[in-house]
Design a protein around this ligand. Structure first.
Ligand SMILES: Nc1ncnc2c1ncn2[C@@H]1O[C@H](COP(=O)(O)OP(=O)(O)OP(=O)(O)O)[C@@H](O)[C@H]1O
Length: 249
């Protein structure tokens, strides 16, 4: 599996300056990659382009060497995508909703229903699976969205700030789930939870102003931390140093 942006330029309507310009980025083919960066860095735009939900102004999005814009159906079957705002159907129960999304991704009805049950269990929502999505909390809805990403045969999983709105316990549950999933399917996720997740990631990509500022294994990211940083603060310290927020750039 390869999924990449090849010299992509992207400009939002009614904006003059492109958010991304001649931007090339390949999703690492294995493990968990976290996409870090300040607000407005271009993380969501990058993920939306990789997910095929927006089209580049110029350049190509390639999935296993096929141009995504021309192979959209096949591509959507194999790419799981959780946007920042999880779209739901309030009249459906959590399980019906997840099963419906899996069916849209090409699972047959029986498999979609079975997989929805397993995915909701994975995200700790087994007890709420019969509840209408309209009655779920924001954090629970986010977990329903994560379950949708897990309920079909994805070859790559893209998650835009999946931990936003989760309480500390659920964040740690999610981290464990993610570790299990990323062992077999590559996962790229954006996050602001640097401290929580940098240690769990295999690869860290740091974006700023539409460019990759740092990309590499987690160790090489953490090596940028100040030597006096406490063990629990190394990721934050590395982020600060690489962003030049400590006056080093
Ligand atoms: N729908 C839109 N229309 C116009 N401009 C947009 C739109 N969405 C994002 N932008 C702009 O594009 C730039 C990149 O935004 P993007 O959401 O990709 O950043 P981000 O790194 O995901 O930020 P955050 O951490 O706040 O989610 C920002 O300047 C933002 O204001």
């Amino acid at each position: 599996m390869t999924l990449l942006l090849d010299r992509v330029t992207f400009t939002y309507r009614r904006r003059q300056r492109p958010v991304l310009s001649q931007f090339t980025y390949e999703v690492p083919a294995q493990g968990l990659t976290i996409l870090l960066g300040p607000n407005g860095a271009g993380k969501s735009t990058t993920l939306s382009l990789l997910a095929g939900t927006v089209e580049p102004t110029a350049g190509r999005v390639l999935f296993s060497d096929s141009n995504v814009t021309s192979e959209t159906r096949e591509f959507r079957r194999h790419v799981a995508w959780l946007p920042q705002r999880v779209p739901t159907s309030p009249q459906l129960s959590a399980r019906e909703y997840v099963a419906y999304m899996a069916w849209l991704k090409g699972e047959n009805r029986a498999d979609a229903w079975a997989r929805a049950g397993v995915a909701l269990e994975q995200v700790g929502l087994a007890e709420q699976s019969g509840q209408k999505t309209a009655s779920l909390s924001g954090g629970q809805l986010r977990r329903v969205g994560i379950a949708c990403a897990l309920a079909h045969d994805a070859r790559v999983i893209l998650l835009d700030e999946p931990t936003a709105g989760l309480d500390p316990h659920q964040r740690s549950v999610f981290r464990d789930v993610l570790g299990e999933i990323a062992a077999s399917v590559p996962v790229l996720m954006s996050t602001h939870d640097v401290i929580d997740l940098a240690d769990a990631a295999d690869t860290v990509t740091l974006m700023a102003s539409g460019r990759v500022r740092h990309h590499g294994g987690t160790k090489s990211f953490l090596d940028h931390a100040r030597s006096e940083a406490a063990p629990g603060r190394r990721a934050e310290s590395a982020y600060t140093a690489l962003m030049g927020l400590d006056g080093s750039r």
